[in-house]
Design a protein around this ligand. Structure first.
Ligand code: R5P
Length: 284
């Protein structure tokens, strides 16, 4: 049985289809005081294994996930796998200043109490897996980001920082041609970044900028601004997790981007490809 969190309903349905498993009908309710209640019919419980699929894009999503795990245990399910396609708080993976928490460790510990295994997709840092107290693995959906890209002119695949070069290489390899390189990024604040150009020649070429996540869009729009001064043909943006908060879309549109492509680890209009096949392969 595949049990969706409210933020991952489309992905959970894709996964259920890929694995040919039933999809639980979860109800998501809210009490007048704001507290949540995620539940499913006991008739949906099928066998002693279940897979919860819930991207934790909000605090509420974490609560829902914990509730679904608990309801499954309550219904007698013995083997629970928790798929967290996008792990919220993963970017606070260290205490950057004295007095700060390692937020992802705190939520990982809580999630671990209700599951036997965790699976995630392209986490911000692979080291995040170490914070869970149960076996945790990650899969990549980045290769699928090549699917909407077609007939690129002498393409260059760039990442906004050295940390994401592996993703740019994965998309390039899946596309089947092109050069890769990365920019140097310095973060000035939560919404301000400074991008120094890569040395690669982009004049007259199609450029695909690849990152793990687009949140405020500052990183991508700064990267594209650097590129636009160097006459690329077209600029595409690809990311695994299209968070796209606040004015991210406006920033990207103003930067002159041709198209933005993401996966359904975060379900948005830009989710052009599904992470379900990669997740299904790991679960089979
Ligand atoms: C940071 O290292 C990440 O890989 C992303 O580049 C970053 O989180 C994107 O955030 P934003 O869209 O707010 O610049």
């Amino acid at each position: 049985m595949i049990v969706p969190g409210s933020a991952s309903q489309a992905l959970a349905a894709e996964l259920a289809a890929e694995l040919d498993r039933p999809l639980a009908a979860v109800e998501y309710e809210r009490f007048p005081d704001g507290e949540l209640l995620a539940s499913f019919s006991p008739d949906d419980v099928d066998g002693d294994e279940a897979v919860v699929v819930a991207s934790t894009t909000s605090n509420d999503a974490y609560i829902e996930l914990l509730q679904l795990q608990d309801a499954l245990r309550e219904a007698g399910v013995e083997e629970i796998t928790t798929v967290i396609p996008y792990i919220g708080y993963a970017r606070q993976d260290r205490a950057f200043e004295a007095g700060q928490p390692i937020s992802v460790r705190a939520v990982a510990r809580a999630v671990s109490t209700g599951t036997d295994r965790v699976l995630t997709v392209d986490p911000h840092e692979e080291t995040v897996r170490e914070f869970f107290d149960v076996p945790t693995e990650s899969v990549t959906a980045a290769g699928r980001l090549a699917e909407p890209l077609s007939e690129l002119a002498d393409p260059v695949f760039l990442s906004p920082d050295a940390g994401a070069i592996g993703l740019a290489e994965t998309v390039r390899d899946a596309y089947g041609a092109g050069e890769t390189d990365y920019f140097e990024k310095t973060r000035r604040s939560g919404s301000e970044v400074e991008i120094a150009p890569s040395d690669v020649e982009v004049g007259g070429r199609d450029v695909v900028v690849v990152d793990d996540i687009i949140a405020t869009g500052s990183t991508m729009s700064e990267a594209i601004a650097v590129l636009q001064g160097r006459d690329p043909a077209r600029v595409f943006v690809s990311c695994v997790h299209p968070m796209l908060v606040g004015s991210a879309r406006t920033k990207l549109a103003r930067s002159g981007v041709e198209a933005v492509y993401g996966t359904d680890t975060i379900e948005r209009a830009e989710s052009r490809v599904s992470a379900a096949p990669a997740i299904a392969e790991a679960l089979r």
